[in-house]
Write a protein that binds this ligand. Structure first.
Ligand SMILES: C[S@@+](CC[C@H](N)C(=O)[O-])C[C@H]1O[C@@H](n2cnc3c(N)ncnc32)[C@H](O)[C@@H]1O
Ligand code: SF4
Length: 392
C-alpha cells in the first residue's frame, strides 16, 4: 500500500551531482568519470534545466540545504554554481540559515577558484583530503600532495563559515600509531567538521582487483575496531563530537544536508545517478536519475529531466529505509518523526522481542521517545541492522 505523509514535512534538501573528476581514483565506485568524457560547459546548463523541471514537480518548499557533490564539482565554473544557486533561490523559499556545500578536490586549480565559489553563495566546503601522508596519497591514486591539501584547507578556513574534510583510514599497512599520528595532524588544522571513512573495497574498482590478487590487504577487524575507538577519542579531545558513524563536528557544524538523509527527510537529487526521496501529494517517491552522463544529458535535452526511475514507496519499504538511515546517527531515531514519515510505529517493522533483546544486550537504548545505537551497536551496525530487519 502506498503511504500517506503529513503535509508539514515540507522542508527540502537539494543534491546536485557533478559526475566528472580529473582522474578516477582506484578505490572509488561513485558515479564519477574522467572529465574528458564530456564538455562541462554543456553539462552545467543541463543541470539548470533539470533543476527547473524538478522545481515544478516538487512545488514551492523551504530549502534548507544545497549540496554540490560528485565526482568533483569543484571542477565546475563558479558562475555555473552561482547560476544554480540563484535558480534555487527563485524556485524555493530559502531558509535563513541555508547550508550550501561544495565538495572540493584539494588541487591548485580548486584553490584558485575558492574565492569565486564563496562569492557565488557557497558557505561550506567539504574537501577530499583522504590522507596527510604522501606515500598513502600515491597508493590512493590522488593527484595532490598533503601540503597542497593543507593549503586548500587553510585558505578555505579564511573564506568559508564552515569547513569539513574527508580522510580514509584502515588503509593497507595502517596501525594505531600511524593513524593516531596522522589524525592528530589533521585535527591540529582545526576543521569544523571531519568525515573519517574506513576504506572499503568496492566492487569493480582497481582496488578490488588488487585485493583479490592479494596485492593489497586491509587491517584485521580487531585493528579496525581499535582505530575506530582511537578516532572517536582523539576527535572528542579536540572538540569534535561524533554524531554519525563516520562524521564528527564542532557543535553547530553538523552537516545539515547529510542529516536530512539520515533523518529520512525530503530531498531532491538532480544530475546523473542522483537519488531523491520526496513526499509528493502525500506519497513518498523514490527517484533515480540515469547514471550514465550521456544518457542523462540526452534525456534532459529531450524532455527536461533525466529521471530513469520513479517509484512510489510502500510503508514496508519506507520503514526499513528510515531505520537503516536513522541508526547511523548517535542521536538515533525520533520515534515521533519516524511515525510521521512512515505512517507506522517502529514495532511494525521490528519484532518487539528482538528489539528488547538488542536493548538488553547493550546495542540499543530506548529513552525520551528515541531509539539510539550504543557504541557497541555502532561498532556492529550492519549485524545489528540485519538482526532488527530479519535479514540474512
Ligand atoms: C564522492 S567523494 C567526493 C570527494 C572528492 N571527489 C574528492 O575525492 O576529493 C566522497 C568521499 O567518499 C570517500 N570514499 C570514496 N570511496 C571510498 C572507499 N572505497 N572507502 C572509503 N571511503 C571512500 C572519500 O573520502 C571521498 O572524499
Ligand atoms: S574519490 Fe573523489 S576524485 Fe576520486 S574518483 Fe571518487 S569522486 Fe572522483
Amino acid at each position: 500500500m502506498p503511504q500517506t505523509v503529513p503535509t508539514e514535512l515540507k522542508d527540502l534538501a537539494l543534491y546536485v551531482h557533478w559526475p566528472f573528476c580529473l582522474a578516477k581514483c582506484p578505490y572509488c565506485d561513485f558515479n564519477a568519470h574522467p572529465h574528458t568524457r564530456m564538455d562541462g560547459d554543456l553539462f552545467a546548463p543541463a543541470l539548470r534545466r533539470e533543476l527547473a523541471a524538478e522545481a515544478s514537480r516538487v512545488g514551492r518548499r523551504r530549502l534548507t540545504s544545497i549540496f554540490f557533490g560528485g565526482g568533483t564539482p569543484s571542477l565546475m565554473r563558479p558562475a555555473a554554481i552561482g547560476g544554480l544557486i540563484d535558480d534555487a533561490a527563485r524556485f524555493f523559499d530559502i531558509a535563513p540559515n541555508i547550508e550550501i556545500t561544495l565538495e572540493v578536490n584539494p588541487t591548485r586549480l580548486a584553490l584558485e577558484k575558492l574565492t569565486d565559489f564563496r562569492l557565488a553563495g557557497v558557505n561550506r566546503v567539504s574537501i577530499g583530503v583522504q590522507s596527510l601522508d604522501d606515500a598513502a596519497l600515491r597508493v590512493l591514486g590522488r593527484g595532490h600532495s598533503a601540503a597542497e591539501a593543507i593549503i586548500v584547507i587553510r585558505t578555505a578556513r579564511r573564506l568559508f563559515p564552515s569547513v569539513s574534510f574527508d580522510l580514509i583510514y584502515t588503509r593497507p599497512g595502517q596501525d594505531r600509531r600511524k593513524w593516531s599520528h596522522e589524525l592528530r595532524a589533521a585535527l591540529a588544522i582545526g576543521p569544523d567538521h571531519i568525515s573519517l571513512y574506513q576504506l572499503t573495497i568496492e566492487p569493480q574498482t582497481v582496488f578490488e582487483a588488487l585485493h583479490r590478487r592479494g596485492r593489497i590487504t586491509l587491517p584485521e577487524d580487531d585493528v579496525a575496531t581499535a582505530l575506530y575507538l582511537d578516532t572517536e577519542a582523539l576527535c572528542a579531545a579536540s572538540g569534535l563530537r561524533p554524531y554519525e558513524v563516520s562524521n564528527y563536528a564542532r557543535p553547530g557544524h553538523e552537516s545539515r544536508h547529510n542529516t536530512a538523509y539520515w533523518r529520512y527527510a525530503d530531498y531532491a537529487g538532480i544530475g546523473p545517478g542522483a537519488h531523491g526521496r520526496l513526499d509528493l501529494h502525500g506519497q513518498v517517491h523514490a527517484t533515480r536519475r540515469h547514471r550514465a552522463p550521456e544518457i542523462w544529458f540526452d534525456q534532459v535535452r529531450r524532455i527536461g529531466n533525466g529521471i530513469g526511475q520513479d517509484d512510489i514507496l510502500a510503508t514496508d519499504q519506507t520503514g526499513p529505509e528510515a531505520l537503516l538511515m536513522g541508526l547511523r546517527m548517535h542521536d538515533g531515531i525520533d520515534l515521533g518523526q519516524f511515525r510521521a514519515r512512515t505512517g507506522m510505529g517502529i514495532e511494525a517493522f521490528v519484532d518487539p522481542s528482538i528489539l528488547s533483546e538488542c536493548i538488553a544486550e547493550g546495542y540499543l537504548t530506548l529513552a525520551d521517545n528515541h531509539l539510539r545505537p550504543t557504541r557497541e551497536g555502532l561498532l556492529r551496525l550492519n549485524a545489528l541492522l540485519d538482526r532488527l530487519l530479519d535479514r540474512d
